[in-house]
Design a protein around this ligand. Sequence first.
Ligand code: NAP
Length: 269
Amino acid sequence: METVTLMNGMKMPMVGTGTNTYGKVDNKYDGALNDDFSALESAIKAGYRLIDTAIYYRNEVGVGQTIKDSEIARGEFYLTTKIPETDEYVGSKGLVEQTVLQSLANLQTDYIDLFLIHQPIEDKKTLKRTWEVLESLVDAGKIKSIGVSNFSIRLLEEMKEYTRIQPAVNQIESNPSNWNNELIDYLKDQAILPEAWGPLVKVTEEQRAKLTKIGNKYGKNWGQVLLRYQIQRGVVVIPKSHNKERQLSNLDLFNFNLFTEDIQIIEEL
Ligand SMILES: NC(=O)c1ccc[n+]([C@@H]2O[C@H](COP(=O)([O-])OP(=O)(O)OC[C@H]3O[C@@H](n4cnc5c(N)ncnc54)[C@H](OP(=O)(O)O)[C@@H]3O)[C@@H](O)[C@H]2O)c1
């Protein structure tokens, strides 16, 4: 698996698996938990090591157990989780700390590789206080890297006033309906790694047909073309599938290079 080096020197896999519907009835985000983590088991067997979960997904415990049951060393994995932006979690220093400690317990681990703030915290004081607690947990070795998700340029600029440790990652939507290019350009300029959620959603039939045509040149499918485009431009992707073949296909991205003419078509989708 190819990796990218974050601004703090830590390495992160270029491709990971999302988990937001794993362990849930009918594979639905809001579905009740059913303890069926076979999709994560199969993702791990396929070779995924970056696992992206969140407190909002309610499945940290099952994710942690599945990782443990894989009997693969903890050090092989790259675990991401995310704290909700609501007062219940970030309303005080103590709550933030307690939330991180709970995630560590849920995931059955001594450290989290990447801990993100899931959604923008608009209250300046709350964001500053939350960030400072996360920084102290990096100092304590409980988190390796800290970052944000769905943060705007404005909010990232505002954070510069007080951050001792810069956000290493901003996890944002990026797909043909919303490439988020202005934000991605800004992140690259700031050495903040862009990580794309929903890399395979919101693709129209017409876009799929164009991507399929490109893929035929390389012996790849439309999804692989999209994912390759992202990693080739330095964006980490976390596609999620409940299907073993698609999980394998979404990892099989490191044996071809998109030509400039094809990149141009993708950018104009
Ligand atoms: N930070 C945030 O605010 C945020 C928001 C949304 C998501 N996320 C994270 O990002 C992860 C990925 O996003 P996502 O799950 O919304 O979307 P995604 O991974 O882009 O797409 C998932 C959908 O695409 C299908 N799929 C996967 N591979 C495919 C392929 N090769 N060909 C055709 N269809 C394919 C899946 O169906 P099958 O299961 O049938 O294959 C599923 O319906 C999430 O799981 C979550 O961890 C973060």
